[in-house]
Structures are given as C-alpha cells and as structure tokens.
Write a protein that binds this ligand. Structure first.
Ligand SMILES: Cc1cc2nc3c(=O)[nH]c(=O)nc-3n(C[C@H](O)[C@H](O)[C@H](O)COP(=O)(O)OP(=O)(O)OC[C@H]3O[C@@H](n4cnc5c(N)ncnc54)[C@H](O)[C@@H]3O)c2cc1C
Ligand code: SF4
Length: 531
C-alpha cells in the first residue's frame, strides 16, 4: 500500500474536484485532465501497489483469508434495516480503483426497453435519455474499458462498430450448455468482458489465473487504476486516504465551494473547486449529500425533492447447479464467457432476466486440497472423484424502483471519523420474486436436459444482491421527481455533478459498469463545455 505520510495538502482552487476514484470518477478525471483542466481527485481508501497482486492472489487461494482490499472495519461500518440484510462490505471496495479492484468485469449495454419501462410497460420509470442518446458514449466506454466481445448476440441492442478486442472463446462447459440450450430453443452467445483478450491499453493479455474476482495479478482485467494513471499523466492530483467529510456551499446556496476531507494524521483540509463531481458509489454518494446538510439545506444537499437515497436497487441472483457424468473443467476459466439474453426483452416475466453460464461451479482443486483431511494417493483420488463434474447456471434479475428501498443515515452508529454510517433498507418485490422463480424454471430445465443431478437452487427466499448499487440520486427532467438533470448535474446546485449508477432511474438486469462509464464520458463532455 502507498505511503501513509504522502503529501495530502490541498491544491489551490481546482477546476474540478472529483470525489471517488472508482470507474465513474476516474474516467471523468482522466478526460477532464486530458482536456486541459486542473483536476483533484480525493478517494477515501488507499492506493494498492500493483507489485503486491501476486501476493494477494496467494492469499486469496488460501481458505479463510478474506478482505484482500481492506473491506470492512470501522471505516466501512454500516447498518441494515428492513426485511433483508444487505452485505454492504462484500459489495464495494474503498480504495483507488473502487469496486473494480474486486469486480468480475462483465460489461453489457442496457437494452432499448430499459430506458422506457414506464411508457412501454407502465412500471418503474423512464430515463430522460434513450438508447440512441447513449449509443455513441457506449462505444467510447467500450474503448475506455478495453472490452472484448463479438457481434453474435441476437438480443443485443444495435451497435455500429466491432468491439475493441475480440471475444474470448467459449469455455469447455459453455459448449456443453450450448447443446442443451439449443434443444430448448435458447440461443447462447458471448459475454462482453472488460479484460484483455489481446494486449491493450498498456496491459497484457489474460493469462488464465482464473482468480479475476477478487484479484487479477496480470492486470489483464480492467480496473479504474488505469484511468487514475491516465489522469495523473495528464496532470491531475490524486489524493488517497482522503475521505470527504462534507461539501460546503456558498452563502446563496447555489454552488458548492469546497470538499472538506480528512487525512490519516487526523487533519481536515478544504479543497476548493469550480465544480465538484460526486463519484462515491450508489451508497456513499447519498451519505455525503446527507452529511452535508446545512442551515439552507437541512435535509441534505441536492435533496429538495426529498428523493436522495430513495429507489435503491440492485440485481438479484437466481441460480441452479449440479453434477453431470462428464468432465466440465470448471474453475479453469475464472470468468463467464457465455450468456443467454433470450428472456430479457419479453413480458413474461416483465423484469429483465439474463442467464449466465458459470465457469467456477464446485470447489476449486486448490481449495479442496487445502481443506482435505487425507494426503497423497487418497487425496488425489478424492480430488479426481469430486472435481470437474460440477456445472451451474446463474442469472441476474431486475428489480423495479421502490421508494421504500433506500439509503439513510443511522445516527446511532458512527464511522472512524464520527460520522453517522449509511443504513441500507432493501426488500424484494412480488414481480422480482416471480421473475426469479421463472429464471429458476429455465435453469432447472437446462440442467435436466443435461441429465444433471441438481444439488442446489437459489430462488427468491435465498437470493442475494449482485453488488450493483443503483437509483439513489435518480436522473430526470422534473426537479420534484429526480435529483439530477439529464446531464448528471444536480437540479439544486449549479456546479455539483453526480457520476455513477446512483443516477439510474431503472437498472435493467445488465451489469451496470459499462453504462456508468458511458455516462461518465458524457458527463465529462458536458462539464468540459461548462468549465
Ligand atoms: C464482487 C463484485 C463483482 C462485480 N462485478 C461486476 C461486473 O461483472 N460487471 C459490472 O458491470 N459491475 C460489477 N460490479 C459492480 C462494479 O464494481 C460497480 O458498478 C462500479 O465499480 C461502480 O463504480 P463507481 O465508480 O460508481 O463506484 P465505486 O467503484 O464503488 O468507487 C467509489 C469510490 O469512492 C470512494 N469513496 C467513497 N466514499 C468516499 C468519500 N466520502 N470520500 C472520498 N472517496 C469516497 C471509494 O473509496 C471508492 O474508491 C461488481 C462489484 C462487486 C463488489
Ligand atoms: S483469468 Fe482473470 S485473473 Fe487471470 S489473467 Fe485473466 S483476467 Fe486476470
């Protein structure tokens, strides 16, 4: 990790202060710095040294070692309330690079239907943009993240040019699934992945460690550290271990003047800036706005609608797995290479569902060997017997926005700086439950087609989040119904912009980060013009 004693004093008044160095903030910072603006980035967490990645991989492979990225502890304290516990500390990383340090790296565009759920189906909300508005920015985002993909998905929205990198070939078990899916009338296709199938952007091609989530030692998997490096190369100042405590506005309450941040020695500093971009993820964006309450804004900044924190959404996991009488070679590939989006755009079920064919079903041989009680030939025999015949189909299911699912502050619990922690209230509605059941039916049918012995199904009672935090500072044209305008600038404060999935009015069932990156490219263009 980087030096605790580094210089963390503020720069003179910057053009833009970006709070958060995950993909949302890092892309904005890189593009603004490259356009010639003075940029300061503040991140709550540390920098992780690239030279330590192999050691992290080693630690990850040992059973019982968790939290490679320092997730949890007093700094990351949180509370949950309501029908379902939300495991927030498994769902985000505070550190330069943000949650992309730990992520899987699957990156799809949203579909046209996702931007118009209210007008098409009378549910959820419409985005104030449509797919055509975001389409050029999706292409930019694919270049920014170095996406490996192919034009073989009959359900994907229209695209104009090839992916920057060729798709990864389907894994051995994908081919097994493809046969079964074909007989059920479910076409399978490749997964766009933010990992290098060829050397790209200064990073090598994937070499198949298979430990992408939580760590890629080769650097082939995209992390936002790439954009942080680009921002710094273009002159931006990036300050780690600098959690922003609050934003301070001018007397008129029209503009944010500064971000007040703390440093490891306990000092508070003030970074003044002409514009502030909040990019702390879907939970901490809310917390910071609420922590910045003032006399003029007693309910928190940018909250004249009362909607800051409301409509918290995630994607729900549905899945089934079992064993077959064939070699499946699971755990040889650490990421998904095939999916099926055949259920996505239909109306039965109405929530979007995407099926994922996993490549990490069953225990890995390393985990199994380290956990085993036997040795030598006996161990080899038990490994041969149990390893390599597992299969699993996972999937993501859409949640529609519900105002009661929300992030607030738990004033009875504080973090290491004495600030109230975020409280997550999360529940799963009837439509989502029904869609999870529908996904399970299809997943079980696929496994039955393969004569699998099914040994687990994750349905609506056991489902959990996919760690995609969306919806809490939603975008819209009406200031009474939304927090940011279509350009991602808050309705209430002239120079406060929000990057990331907290602005999504609906979240579909596609992993969010490509859309986050596309919106960040768009935000950077708008802010460049404004500055
Ligand atoms: C296990 C896992 C797997 C995932 N897999 C995928 C996937 O396959 N595909 C996909 O699209 N998405 C995936 N995601 C989600 C993806 O990582 C997020 O969508 C993405 O990282 C969000 O980007 P962001 O920049 O908005 O926020 P983050 O990446 O969360 O970054 C926010 C940054 O803000 C900083 N911060 C927070 N509070 C403050 C503060 N007060 N002051 C200063 N800095 C602050 C944090 O330290 C952090 O660096 C996965 C996530 C996880 C956890
Ligand atoms: S398999 Fe995953 S961890 Fe290994 S090099 Fe490729 S992207 Fe990195």
């Amino acid at each position: 990790m980087a030096d605790a004693a580094a210089d963390r004093t503020p720069a003179p008044r910057a053009d833009a202060c970006v709070v958060g160095a995950g993909p949302a903030g890092a892309i904005v910072a890189a593009r603004l710095a490259e356009a010639g603006h003075d940029v300061v980035v503040l991140d709550a967490g540390p920098r992780f040294d690239l030279a330590d990645r192999e050691e992290q991989l080693d630690a990850h492979l040992r059973p019982g070692v968790e939290g490679l990225w320092g997730m949890g502890g007093e700094r990351d304290a949180y509370a949950t309330e309501g029908p379902r516990d939300y495991p927030l500390n498994a769902a985000r990383v505070k550190g330069v690079g943000g949650s992309t340090l730990h992520w899987q790296g699957m990156v799809m565009r949203l579909h046209e239907r996702d931007f118009a759920m209210r007008s098409r189906h009378g549910v959820g909300a419409d985005w104030p943009l449509d797919y055509a508005d975001l389409r050029p920015h999706y292409a930019e985002a694919e270049r920014e993240l170095g996406v490996a993909g192919a034009d073989d998905n009959p359900f994907a929205p229209p695209r104009e040019e090839p992916f920057p990198l060729p798709a990864f070939p389907p894994s051995h078990s994908d081919a097994i699934f493809a046969e079964a899916c074909e007989s059920l009338g479910l076409p399978t296709h490749s997964v766009p992945n933010a990992r290098n199938s060829e050397p790209y952007d200064g990073a090598s091609a994937c070499v198949g460690y298979g430990t992408c989530k939580p760590v890629c030692p080769s650097g082939a998997k995209y992390t936002a550290e790439r954009h942080v490096a680009r921002a710094e190369a273009a002159g931006a100042r990036v300050i780690d271990r600098a959690p922003v405590q609050r934003l301070v506005h001018d007397d008129a309450g029209e503009r944010v003047e500064a971000a007040v941040y703390a440093t490891p020695d306990g000092t508070e500093h003030r970074q003044d800036a002409r514009a502030v971009v909040l990019a702390c993820g879907g939970v901490e964006n809310v917390r910071l706005l609420l922590l910045s309450a003032s006399e003029s804004y007693p309910d928190g900044l940018a909250n004249s609608s009362g909607l800051v924190g409301r409509y918290f959404m995630d994607h729900c996991f549905a899945g089934a797995g079992g064993r077959i009488d064939r070699e499946t070679r699971q755990n040889h590939v650490g990421f998904n290479t095939t999916e099926c989006h055949a259920l996505y755009d239909g109306t039965d079920p109405l929530p979007g569902v995407k099926l994922e064919f996993l490549n990490y079903a069953g225990p890995s041989p390393v985990t199994q060997a380290l956990d085993a009680d036997d040795w030598g030939d006996a161990l080899l025999e038990s490994l041969r017997e149990s390893y390599g015949t597992h299969l699993a189909v996972g999937g993501l299911v859409e949640q529609f926005p519900d105002a009661e699912n929300r992030i607030t502050l738990d004033r009875s619990t504080t973090d290491d700086h004495g600030n109230p922690v975020p409280e997550v209230r999360w529940s799963i509605g009837q439509r989502t439950r029904a869609a999870i059941e529908r996904a399970n039916e299809v997943q079980v049918a696929i496994l039955e087609e393969l004569d699998a012995e099914i040994d687990w199904v994750v349905g609506p009672d056991a489902t959990g989040p996919a760690f995609h935090h969306m919806g809490t500072t939603r975008m819209g044209t009406d200031p009474a119904e939304s927090v940011v305008a279509p350009d991602c600038r808050t309705h209430d404060l002239d120079n406060l912009w929000i990057a990331g999935s907290s602005v999504f009015p609906t979240g579909g069932a596609m992993n969010p980060t490509l859309t986050i990156a596309a919106l960040s490219c768009r935000l950077a263009d708008r802010l460049d013009g404004w500055l």
